[in-house]
Every structure is written in C-alpha cells, then in structure tokens.
Design a binder for this molecule. Structure first.
Ligand code: SF4
Length: 640
C-alpha cells in the first residue's frame, strides 16, 4: 500500500486503496506522505478523516510513532473550524454587556467559567475545555469571520484563531475532518477558503466522502435559526435583553417586531401547505411527496415569500442605527445584520429552488417543540466533485476497509458516485485468519422481513436471545430500524438482567462514547445500536465476540434525498435497486461485520438474521464481499 500511495503522490493520480482491518492502512499512507513532505516543503498535504476517533489515533499514536522513526522535524497540524476558537475580543465585550445579553444565572456562570478557562487555555479551542458551555453562551464568544476586526482588533496579536492560522500556514501535513474539507471546497467556488492550498489529499474513511460532500454542499435552514437571531437582538422574555436592549435603536426594534411577525406568518403558511398535502403520499401532481416527518417539495414558491424583504430591511436598520457606535460595538451589529440578510437570501433560494440538481424538502425536527427545517441537497455530487476535486492536477488517495463491493463490480459504484473517471485500484485483504477466528450464521428458514415483517421480528427476537446465550453477552446487535431496536430493547431488559448481561440501548440518553466505554468495561454487555454503531467503532478482545445483524442495511428510498437519488439513477437508464441500493447496502454490511475481528487474537461469531442474503439472487453480492468465516446455514456447517 505504501508503494502504491508513494507512486500516486509522485505521479499526481487518484488511487482507491481498500485495506482490510489489520493491514495497517494508516502507516500505509503516512510513511509515503512523510517522505513526500520531506522532499517538497512548501505546500501541505491534507489528511482527512470522518471520525474524531481516527483523528485521535493518527495524532496521538501513529504520527508520534512515525516521528520517532523518521527523525526530521515535520510539522503536522490539526485544523479545526473557526467556530471552535474563542475570540478574546468578543469574550471581553460579552462580559461587559452580559447584563443586557444574557438571561439566566446559569449562563452567567458559564460565561464566567469560559473567562477563567481563557486565561490558561493552551490553544483557545473548545476541545481544550473540561466543561461544555451552552451553545448560546459559546455563540457570544466564538471566533466568527463576520465580526472579526482583523488587524485592527486589540487582541489580534494574541488571538488564538490567528495563531492557529499562522501554524497552519507553516505546516507540512494538515489533518482535517471530511466536513471541514468539503466546507472549504464549497466556499472555494465562491472565491473564499478555509484551508490553505494543498498539493495532495488523503481521505481515510473514504467510504464516507460522498455522504459528507452531499451534506456540506447542501443546506439545512431551521426555523430555530430565525428565532435565535431575534432573541439575540431582543429577547421575548419579560426583561429586555439582547443587542438592542436599552435606549435607542427605535427603527431596528420596530423592524424586528414586524420581521418576527412575518416569520411567524411564513412558517404558519408552510404548516398549512404541509397540512393540505399531508395525504399526498407519493402523489407528484400535488407538488409534495410525504414520508413521516419529511415532505419532499417538488414545486417552486409553495408559499408567498414575505420574509426576504423583511429581513433585508432589518439588516439595513441594524447597519444604519449602529453606524455611529464605537467599532467594537458596531461590528456586532454588522454581524447580526449580515446574518439576517443571509437568512433571507437562503429562504429565497430555497423557495425558488435556485440550486439546480438539488432535491428540496421540509422536515419536522425537535423533541420538545416541533420545528421545521427547510433542506436541500445535491442529488448527485459526481459532477461537482469531478470538476472541483478529481479533475484538479493533484494526487487524491481514498482509503477505507470498505470501498469495493467485491466481485466484478469492484470499485465501480464509488467511482461513479464520486465522479472519478480514472484511478489506480488496490485491494488488500485483511491479514486476519477469519476462517479460524470467526463463525458466520445464516438462515433460510427465518421469514422474509420485506413480506412478513411481523413474523420476521418474532423469529429474530428468539434468535437474538439464542445467540446472546451462546456468546454469553459480549454482543453488538445492529439494527436498521430504530423502532425495532426499541421493541427489542424492551424485550431484552429483564431477559439480560436475569442473566447479568449489562444492556446498552442507543437513544436512551447515554452518549455514544460513554455507551462504548461502559460496554468495553462490562466485558459481557449487550449493545443495541443503529446507524453510527455499524462503523468507526473499535472494540477489541473479549468484550465483543458476537455481532448480530438484524436486516440487510438497505436505505429505504422513501426519504427525499434517497428517493431523488434513486430516481436519478433510473432516469439515466440504470436500476435504482441494483445500481444504488445494493452497492450502498453491501458496503454498510461489510462495515457492520467488520466490527467483530479487530486484532489477530479476536474470536467470535457473526449472525445475519435476514434470510434474503441466501434466498435472493442479489444475496451473492453481499456474500462475496464478506470475509470468509466458517459458515453455518440453519445450524448446519457448510463445506469450506
Ligand atoms: S482578531 Fe478577530 S477573532 Fe481574534 S480576537 Fe480579534 S476579533 Fe476575535
């Protein structure tokens, strides 16, 4: 792998390198990256990961190890988004203005703690804190391009954000996450940038590139964003708080009042539109396609746009009435004015469906109070990525344990989805002895989940208990449906308690990291998880010796984005199920199965309850992508 990456870096081409668990893929790219950085010192190489845990592994373990072996002083810098840094100027202003900006005693205490922390923080970034301030408090003090005074700021010399920028400017290797990388790519199109120029990119966890690109190149405008802006300007509580509190700003206050009313009316109109389309189902003639909580919007201007002008006017009043204030105060008004105008522009773009090739939808979000999100996302990022990334004359290496769908198809799906016309391909199998380290249990006799969902669930619950007994806990049970997970959680609660298996159920208030820590420590825990536990989770040793997969992880194409992607494939003459859903599900199943064997001494069982892997023709595509374990079908061992 190191040789292939080295060649790609030298010749400026794209490389797809699938490396099974245990190959040591991080060293497979770090060594050539280090050697390349030694030779050409001016422009950095970017290493992008999806998860924080992989970033930590690189920065705390792998890179320091390599730096001991290759004793040249290379500068490796972790790049964080600007909003992660404290703005010392804003902190100072927030403290002075706290009585008019902050409502609760709790938030006053938090601001005090942030100030204490700022006196001896190492890098001024949020991850250096040992407490988590409320988003509203952090928003008052974070570094923000819209209200940064740059060189005229009194705190510029000791500003943590600018210190970080200077460090980045001299770096040989930049470590970023995919979200920041694609946020940078999206603003580069508008002549701006978050990262310096780079001469090569390594995407580790490369299987997540498409999803993150879609997310970053789209938009999600929440109803709460308007409310938040208005509260920052003047709170609706009994006491007057906010930037406009006190004497003056008469016209801005008046305009704020009318903008609030317009926004309320706008969302009421949207609600009415949704109600009138609530029976739309998949009826395209009505301009909406509905799924629980999601409304795909197929037509432009579904309601009157009464917001954009009101917000532009508010923006203007804020600018006008703050014109004579001292610079430090004026810039806060300017920033709020920009934010108000920006919200108005985004509403207009969404209503008029200005972004070609995007799918537009509304979603209901929030647990306590339901709020609306206005969302859009590019249906197909291949053309954008081809133009803005893969056709650039720089080497790009994508690596992961799951890039290829196996067999003849190989890397075809990922190349098409990302717009990669030409790439070197490398497939390295895991060095682990899966046949002797793992057993896989498959079933023909369990009812089909698509045609007999209730019977499937009943049979699955019995099997889950049977295999939890077999492994004596120490199991992940991975779901594709949160409802089924919850039902299983209820059934297993007393069952696990009787057997002394600690039960961890996702979505019951415990963070993912804490669930994992406690699961590892328990040694015989049972963890029920959806999406985020299928990948990026590393539990070695006896704590995990059983991975139960309930259903093949097809993305059901009834959510707006999945539906639009499905249609786009069909329109191009393809088959949405075979060309999109199966490749996606194969990669996800590989990820899920990959949770089991994480080292050469791990042993355990994989149980796949969905019978379609054996009974359907497409099942072979899943089987050929999985590692070769000892195989049992309906309890009978199959020949090797
Ligand atoms: S330079 Fe900008 S980000 Fe830094 S402290 Fe000053 S205003 Fe804040």
């Amino acid at each position: 792998m190191a040789k292939a990456v080295d060649d790609a870096l030298a010749s400026g081409v794209t490389l797809l390198a699938e490396a099974g668990t245990g190959v040591g893929k991080s060293f497979g790219y770090l060594i050539p990256v280090f050697l390349s950085a030694l030779n050409k010192k001016r422009t950095p190489i970017v290493i992008s990961t999806h998860t924080i845990s992989l970033q930590e592994q690189l920065l705390l373990k792998d890179i320091p190890t390599l730096q001991k072996i290759i004793p040249y002083p290379l500068k490796v810098v972790l790049v964080k988004g600007r909003g992660n840094y404290i703005s010392l100027r804003r902190l100072r202003v927030a403290q002075i203005k706290a009585p008019t900006l902050i409502q609760s005693d709790e938030f006053h205490d938090q601001l005090y703690k942030v100030n204490r922390w700022s006196l001896d923080t190492v890098d001024g970034s949020r991850s250096d804190m040992d407490f988590e301030p409320d988003g509203m408090v952090w928003d008052l003090v974070q570094s923000d391009s819209s209200n940064c005074m740059g060189r005229s700021c009194k705190d510029h010399q000791r500003c943590y954000y600018y210190q970080a920028r200077r460090t980045i400017a001299n770096a040989d290797i930049l470590v970023v996450n995919h979200a920041l990388f694609f946020a940078d790519l999206s603003v580069r199109g508008k002549g701006s940038s978050l990262l310096p120029d780079y001469r090569a990119v390594i995407f580790d966890e490369g299987h997540m590139v498409e999803d993150v690109a879609i997310d970053q190149l789209g938009d999600r405008l929440s109803q709460g964003a308007f409310h938040y802006l208005f509260e920052r300007l003047a709170s609706s509580g009994k006491k007057e708080r906010g930037l406009l509190a006190g004497e003056g700003f008469f016209e801005a206050k008046q305009q704020l009042h009318s903008a609030r009313a317009e926004v309320d009316l706008f969302f009421l109109n949207i609600q009415n539109w949704m109600n009138s389309h609530s029976g739309a189902g998949s009826d395209r003639s009505s301009g909406a396609v509905r799924d629980a909580g999601h409304f795909r919007v197929l037509e432009k201007n579904i309601v009157n746009n009464n917001i954009t002008d009101a917000l532009a006017e508010l923006s203007k009043k804020l600018e006008d009435e703050s014109a004579d204030l001292p610079d430090e105060e004026k810039i806060e008004f300017q920033s709020m004015a920009d934010k108000a105008a920006d919200l108005g522009v985004r509403v207009r773009e969404w209503l008029e469906q200005q972004h070609k090739g995007n799918v537009f939808w509304l979603e209901l979000a929030g647990k306590r109070a339901l709020r609306l999100n206005m969302c859009r996302a590019p249906v197909d990022v291949s053309a954008i990525l081809k133009e803005q990334l893969f056709s650039k004359d720089i080497p790009i290496i994508l690596t992961s344990a799951t890039l290829s769908t196996g067999g003849k198809e190989g890397f075809k799906a990922i190349k098409e989805r990302l717009g990669i016309a030409k790439a070197g391909e490398l497939g390295l199998e895991s060095p682990f002895d899966y046949y002797n380290q793992s057993e896989m249990y498959l079933f023909k006799k369990i009812p089909d989940p698509a045609t007999q969902p209730r019977e499937f669930e009943e049979a699955s619950l019995a099997m889950i208990c049977k295999f939890l007994e077999k492994s004596q806990g120490s199991a992940f049970v991975l779901f594709t449906s949160y409802q089924f997970l919850q039902r299983t959680g209820k059934v297993l609660e007393s069952w696990c308690q009787q057997r002394g298996f600690p039960l961890f159920v996702q979505g019951q208030g415990m963070t993912r990291n804490r669930m994992l820590d406690e699961f590892r420590a328990s040694k015989n825990g049972v963890l029920l998880g959806v999406d985020s536990f299928w990948q990026g989770v590393d539990v070695q040793g006896e704590a995990l010796s059983n991975v139960i997969i309930t259903r093949l992880p097809f993305i059901v194409p009834d959510l707006p984005l999945a539906q639009a992607r499905h249609e786009a494939v069909q329109e191009k003459g393809g088959n949405g199920f075979y060309d999109l859903q199966i490749p996606q599900a194969v990669l996800k199943l590989k990820q899920g199965v990959g949770r089991l064997i994480r080292s050469s001494t791990d042993k355990g069982i994989i149980v796949i309850l969905d019978p379609r892997i054996l009974t359907k023709g497409y099942g072979k595509r899943f089987l050929q992508a999985l590692p070769k374990s000892r195989l049992f079908v309906d309890g009978v061992e199959q020949p090797a």
